[in-house]
Design a binder for this molecule. Structure first.
Ligand code: FPP
Length: 247
């Protein structure tokens, strides 16, 4: 924890995480289906991702589908899976472009084979992650079938197994041990978490990692979220005083 207290704080966040909320309401306001709202959400994702990477933000995390989103109507879940499939296939076609941008694409969440995500999506994810693994300018994390509580539970189980096998001593476990077993292992925690659409909650997103994150909320619905809105969030962030529990 000492490391966090003395962390170097710069005006530009190293890691920005975004809860892409408000697609459904955006669609309803226009008499469109919720799926069309999610499609517009993908355009916003691409716009903000591009802009943030151009600004030099090294880590981005987008909340695309939570472990709780499976409870939505089957039609909406299917439409979201179709959207992920399409987005992954398009990204595959644009491989040269991604290489030029030097983006490393990572998917975080429960990606275990035989789990809830369809096998073809898992295969596309695997391909995308392998192809971009050597890139190092911007890491783009897409959280899919992701739950913060489940992620911490998974880390705890792994550590408990290591202790039971005699590989670790429970009395010497540290916060770093938990961090090494999270999906975001090796990446800095988010400095700034943005949630549009008027809601002010974390919804099981990056629970461990957000311990010292700054939050920025706005009423704008995600499909309408502009690069100017993103810049406003950055300007507010730059004016904040981060003390990490110190004075
Ligand atoms: C929450 O808004 C949004 C989602 C559950 C889906 C977000 C997913 C995308 C924008 C697609 C992104 C795809 C990629 C590949 C990154 P909501 O539907 O709950 O909105 P509401 O609260 O207005 O109903």
């Amino acid at each position: 924890m000492q490391q966090r207290a003395t962390k170097q704080v710069t005006a530009l966040p190293q890691h920005v995480a975004i809860i892409m909320d408000g697609n459904g309401r955006w669609a309803a306001q226009r008499g469109l289906s919720r799926s069309e709202g999610h499609r517009a959400g993908v355009d916003a994702f691409e716009r903000i991702c591009e802009h943030a990477a151009d600004l030099g933000i090294a880590h981005l995390t987008f909340y695309a589908f939570s472990t709780e989103n499976w409870a939505r109507p089957q039609g909406e879940v299917d439409a979201l899976m179709a959207l992920f499939r399409r987005q992954l296939s398009e990204a595959k076609r644009r491989r040269a472009e991604n290489e030029q941008k030097r983006w490393r694409i990572r998917y975080i969440g429960d990606l275990r084979p035989g789990g809830l995500l369809p096998a073809d999506i898992l295969a596309l994810i695997d391909e995308m992650q392998t192809e971009s693994a050597m890139q190092n300018k911007t890491v783009v994390n897409i959280a899919i079938n992701y739950g913060g509580q489940q992620e911490i539970l998974h880390a705890a189980k792994r550590l408990a197994q290591a202790c039971a096998a005699g590989e670790r001593d429970a009395t010497t476990l540290t916060e770093q041990d938990i961090e090494q077993h999270l999906h975001t292992a090796g990446q800095p925690p988010p400095d700034l978490i943005i949630r549009p659409s008027g809601e002010q909650r974390l919804s099981n997103f990056l629970l461990w990692q957000s311990a010292y994150a700054e939050f920025w909320f706005s009423d704008i619905l995600w499909p309408d979220f502009s690069t100017a809105d993103f810049d406003r969030a950055l300007a507010d962030y730059a004016a904040r005083s981060r003390r990490f529990g110190g004075v």
